[in-house]
Design a protein. Structure first.
Length: 122
């Protein structure tokens, strides 16, 4: 539950940073935390310990959407940090900062490919 709280605050912070035109205060390199487990709360405990924290096959987890939001905000934070580097350049070179390296298209394609069948629009 604490992981989900942390990640919810990270999503909020990254969205607010974007809205205010600032880079994020906490970067991905500043912490070492795994993404939340894609398992609904009712499957966390089970009499059989081997089945604990295991989402039943064929039943999509509601946490999957949250994890997708986290992944896209990680890409978003990288883009914000890359764009914000222009502030360190002299004003005469502002046009050069517009061509700062962005995350490769493969990152976005990978993000889209990791969607489960239940998350794709019909």
């Amino acid at each position: 539950m604490m992981k989900r709280t942390f990640w919810a605050l990270m999503i909020f912070e990254r969205n607010m940073s974007s809205a205010l035109g600032r880079s994020c205060s906490i970067q991905d390199e500043d912490f070492d935390l795994d993404l939340p487990i894609e398992c609904d709360d009712e499957y966390w405990t089970n009499a059989n310990s081997a089945l604990a924290f295991t989402q039943p096959a064929g039943k999509p987890s509601t946490v999957s959407h949250f994890v997708c939001c986290i992944r896209i905000t990680q890409i978003h934070a990288f883009a914000l940090r890359t764009i914000d580097r222009r502030g360190s350049l002299p004003r005469l070179h502002f046009r050069l900062s517009l061509y700062a390296p962005m995350p490769p298209a493969a990152v976005f394609v990978s993000w889209m490919c990791n969607f489960g069948a239940h998350r794709h629009p019909v």
